[in-house]
Design a protein around this ligand. Sequence first.
Ligand SMILES: [Zn+2]
Length: 480
Amino acid sequence: MKIYNSATHKKEEFVPADPQLVKMYTCGPTVYHFAHIGNLRSYIMEDVLEKYLRYLGYNVRRVMNITDVGHLSGDNDEGEDKMLKGAQREHKTVMEIAKQYTDAFFADCAALNIKKPDVVDPATNCIPDYVRVINRLVDTNYAYRAGGNVYFDTSKLKNYYVFNDFKEDDLAVGVREGVEKDENKRNKNDFALWFTKSKFDSQALKWDSPWGVGYPGWHIECSCIAMKHLGENVDIHCGGIDNAFPHHTNEIAQSEAYLGHKWCNYWMHVAHLNTADGKMSKSKGEFLILSLLRDKGYDPMEYRFFCLQSHYRKNLVFTWENLDNAKGAYNKLVAKIAALSPDGEVDDEAVKSVREKFIAQMDNDINTPNGVTVLYDILKLRASDATKLAAIDDIDRVLSLDLTKKAAEMRKKNASAPKTGEFSVICESGEPDESVEALLRERQSAKKAKDFARADAIRSEVAGMGYTITDIPGGVKYGR
Ligand SMILES: [Zn+2]
């Protein structure tokens, strides 16, 4: 499998350090609010990556953090504390907010068929790990104390800007409105590892440390949680592209300074989901979350399909019209699958050749749009319906679009609905009577043949048996 590695800016053959086990780390949500659908796009694509690795036969150990402390919107002792802001907004404690939005996040994931990672660890669960790592960084002069806080010294590194498609000039601190410069820092990109003196006097969660009572910075949590559960090496680290700088850049800086060797081999970044007027955010325009989509009548699988139709490294534009197109295409696809008969023999060789075709597409940097196209190729195969269904099920282990499940539901629904052109005879009251129903069907045939004399005669006969008859569109009702 080839994957684009943001750290080397190249598509590279993916080779895990241990051929039997892929160690995968995903930056989790900051649980101060609902995840917007742009965040969820990243988690969908990372889910596809994990499932594809498993499909290829790898064992995968995937770890995710939950940021429930320490995430400032600025990178230093500036900006605002996202957790605190959420708690104040809803008049709850930080831990109540964390619980509420962690649950909401995993409910969204479940609805979107995003598998829960093997390990999920909240940041507040790993304080001793941060203290241990920061201690060594201070001892080895990679970190310094200033103004009561502990900062990482980025000038100690030969190559800090690992993802160097970001220009240093664009990263100037203080350019954003309302963000103050942190005077404690020696270099503008130095970042806080531990806060004791903070402008957030109301910070609810604080712990003792060698540097005083305080709380960790955001970046240190991912390095420590990854090391805690995956050891000293990570094969693939994933996240949204907006995490590349400064978050991932800082993760690499502190992890490699601490370990003294390379930490993570492959970096996968999912591009933005934009709205028609630019970057999606929680503060402007419509708050695009999964429950809004559901309220408007979209199935989460239709949103997943919308995401998979585009490559993860391309920005995707979300408009309701684009989502409608995906909805239409998804339901057409399900209808075609529903028309297949589940009975019959499966041709294993044909399924295997579909599998190879799918792998050829997905091996090319997780090309999901081409992977989805294989579904349409399956429908055109000269093979039994059962073979087609088996092939769809096989690749849907990765795509997770619930295709045969939705098709079975559609089949069931179609079977219980009266077929167009079919004449229904409904017993309205009393016991159904087969002889009456046979007469009413004969009456219908007579009417169709324009033998109205016979039709009237049957009507009188049935009335004579004590029944009333009401003609309805597509059928007739009778009753005592
Ligand atoms: Zn992270």
